[in-house]
Ligand binder design. Sequence first.
Ligand SMILES: [Zn+2]
Length: 369
Amino acid sequence: MVMGASGSKLEKALGDQFPEGERYFGLENFGNTCYCNSVLQALYFCIPFREQLLEYYANNKKQGDLEENLLTCLADLFTQISSQKKKTGVIAPKRFVQRVKKENELFRGYMHQDAHEFLIFLLNELVDILERESKAAEGSLGPPTPSEMLNNGQVWPQANGVHKEALVTWVHKSFQGILTNETRCLRCETVTAREETFFDLSLDIEQNSSITSCLKNFSSTETLNAEDKFFCDKCCSLQEAQKRMKIKKPPSILVIHLKRFKYMEQLGRYKKLSYRVVFPMELKLNNTVDATDMEYSLFAVVVHVGIGPNHGHYISLVKSHDHWLFFDDENAEMIDESTVQTFFGSAQEFTSNTDHGYILFYESISARR
Ligand SMILES: [Zn+2]
């Protein structure tokens, strides 16, 4: 197969600069599983996530009580890649893909799937597994810990899910941020703030724009009026209000999803927006509650290739040890950093360039230092 050749090409291209201990493996496609492969590569090169996953697996495997689930399948795949003798090659993520299909019927067919939907499904599933494990561990520990006691010494009911001092897992530590949704009643000026957690920000996009302007729109003030009024607790009635979203706690890994697939009511179907949206290598996030700038650095991009939402292909661009690499299922190649800008999108509607940045992965620079 050609892939072996492309692997050694990458090895040659990196030569002496091949990062010590790093492995670059393409992933076999099992029939339209590029949505999965592209996300797996981005996650593999998300170093804090990879390290914690490998550590989790190494620690728990010793105890020998791991039943197969999506988390163990993913950990097993990452362990396989990182422990390869060869520096480059191809791996078949067969067990992981089978597990995905088993867990979620949405991904069972051979249809083209949405990489963003898959990423969010995967992160939520990992969190669920870790939470179940932590609960099971708590249950087998005997006497309840103080946090499990009510004031009168009663144990929190475990089964009905009331007991929830939201567990912060290592998946949360990497990806979770907190948004504040502020609503100001225009009659009494009372501000109601509601917090929401997120694993990613889904941004509306415009032609010839940038991530910074999309983020600005995301946090811009929206007026709630007419049909859309807000129930103010103080006024005890529906009132006009102003609403805006701000980032209260920026995540350490910021995942940005560009809403390129838009439902067109006139057409009665989804359409892909090929808009040119510039994403910088270094991003300043300034729509935070305390107005401090958070700085991020781009390390992976999942790219959608194709003209429509129901057909197409996914590839990923990944930054590793200051080199940019391009993963297209089995193939891995080195690319120039300047090539990344060819994935911003198209300034005209009809163009031959159909490869567009779809999910962006930024890591906080401040967290790394
Ligand atoms: Zn009010």
